[in-house]
Design a binder for this molecule. Structure first.
Ligand code: PSV
Ligand code: MN
Length: 451
């Protein structure tokens, strides 16, 4: 037994709170018997007042268990290898140097967190020989206990993509980009991966150098053609990004453009929200709410940013923003009575932090933030919103955000036979040291300079 029931003072405090709440409920019921809203608010007041004590910790824990049981996060294969900024790479001796090591690292994170059953794969980086590499990925998936997740065509690195892929004015380049996308769909089918995840670097650097409307049409044509190749159980996710590498216009620069593109592509195309792909002031949770109400939210790439696409650890700069995103999703679920079909994925490449360590930290942070969001009292919130009780409504979010779900999360981990502290378990495991010994030579041979 822990928390408020663990000592008598705590128990007395709980009794006092409960008595006050009962009085409050009774008084409100007498004063306005027909006012269901006030009665509900009173009930809510009791619920929130006791929420800090373990009398309701059971209820809170139950909500947390319930959300964690179904909250899965996909890890990116590229997050385990040595990547860097365009100014260079700081090499980590333990970074993964091939697909087998990426599967091994992802599998190890899953074994410690119990929350990451799949790994996103990037075709160019993980399948240098295209479809013929798929059986090896299948074998590695079995060996390391993580399934192949979203398949990401690479439509930005080949020299032919200097002026774009689906938006390139040269029809031959568009054809090549489409052929690569179709091969990626075949890889996905072979691996029973549901989602084809598309991000385009297409854009231009100077005004007047590209016909924005023609490029949009070419995009729609290619996306529609690719959509036609999807299996009946597959989806296409269209990601947006405001700038970089293009610095004047980007063909799919924001959620509105991605939404229109997805609609033009076909019914199984949805929008992917990369949390880092927004300007600092943007209200991401509103975008999420709108996409949800359009049934167009397909997935997330989790990371954080101070400026834009900084690849910082999810929740490291603005955890309240991440919480508000989860809140919109859980509120939608509460109102609809069913969870939306969303692929949660990490998209982070750490140049300074240890890669596996940062991945575990990310997963734990995401679990904490969604657990907090699961503590929002939706019924109370609806009542307060209906009555425009602004401070009470706002506090429904703030109270949940400032609650500490970590004891319940540790309990959840214990209940699932997982280490209570996955980061500590990782540090004690010796995995990093072993990987560094085995991979250092290969990693150091891969040093690259900016120019
Ligand atoms: C582009 O910045 C992006 O977010 C896309 O999702 C790519 O696939 C990924 O990063 C590559 O790191
Ligand atoms: Mn991304």
């Amino acid at each position: 037994m822990s928390g408020i029931f663990a000592n008598w003072a705590g128990f007395s405090r709980l009794r006092t709170i409960a008595a006050r709440a009962a009085h409050f409920v009774a008084r409100n019921a007498r004063a306005a018997p027909a006012d269901a809203c006030v009665r509900r608010a009173a009930t809510v007041c009791w619920w929130s007042a006791t929420r800090t004590g373990s009398g309701v910790r059971d209820q809170a824990s139950e909500s947390i268990f319930h959300i964690l049981d179904r909250f899965h996060i996909e890890l990116p294969s590229w997050g385990f290898s040595n990547t860097g900024t365009r100014f260079g790479k700081f090499l980590q001796p333990a970074a993964a140097t091939n697909l087998a090591e990426k599967f091994s690292d992802a599998g190890f994170v899953h074994s410690l967190t119990g929350a990451c059953p799949s790994i996103a794969l990037h075709v160019e980086w993980d399948f240098p020989n295209g479809l013929s590499d798929a059986p090896e990925a299948e074998r590695l998936a079995r060996q390391h206990g993580v399934a192949p997740g979203s398949i990401n065509p690479n439509l930005f690195q080949d020299q032919i993509y200097k002026h774009g892929s689906f938006g390139n004015p040269d029809a031959k380049v568009r054809e090549a980009a489409l052929a690569h996308t179709i091969e990626s769909i075949r890889i996905a089918k072979r691996l029973a991966s549901r989602d084809l995840s598309l991000w385009f670097a297409d854009g231009s650097n100077y005004p007047g150098t590209a016909n924005i409307r023609h490029r949009r049409r070419w995009f729609e044509e290619c996306l529609r053609a690719a959509h036609g190749e999807l299996g009946s159980d597959q989806r296409m996710l269209v990601e947006y990004k405001p700038f970089e590498p293009a610095f004047y216009h980007t063909d799919i620069a924001d959620w509105g453009m991605a939404l229109l593109m997805a609609r033009a592509a076909g019914p199984r195309a949805k929008v992917l929200v990369d949390t880092g792909h927004h300007y600092s002031a943007q209200n991401i949770e509103q975008i999420v709410a709108w996409l949800l109400s359009e049934d167009m939210l397909g997935g997330f790439h989790f990371n954080d940013r101070r400026y834009a696409d900084d690849d910082l650890t999810f929740g490291s700069i603005d955890p309240y923003q991440a919480f508000r995103i989860f809140h919109e999703i859980l509120l939608f679920e509460f109102e609809r009575g069913a969870a939306p079909d969303i692929a949660y994925m990490v998209d982070q490449s750490h140049n300074l932090k240890g890669k596996i360590e940062a991945m575990i930290q990310t997963v734990a942070t995401a679990q904490e933030l969604i657990a907090k969001a699961a503590l929002v009292d939706h019924t109370a919130l609806a009542a307060f919103q209906a009555r425009s009780e602004l401070v009470r409504a706002e506090n429904c979010l703030k109270d949940a955000f400032s609650s500490d779900p970590r004891p319940a999360i540790r309990e959840w981990r214990r209940a699932h036979g997982l280490p209570e502290d996955p980061l500590e378990a990782f540090r004690e495991s010796g995995y990093l040291e072993r990987a560094a010994r085995e991979r250092a030579e290969r990693n150091l041979a891969g040093a690259a300079s900016y120019a």
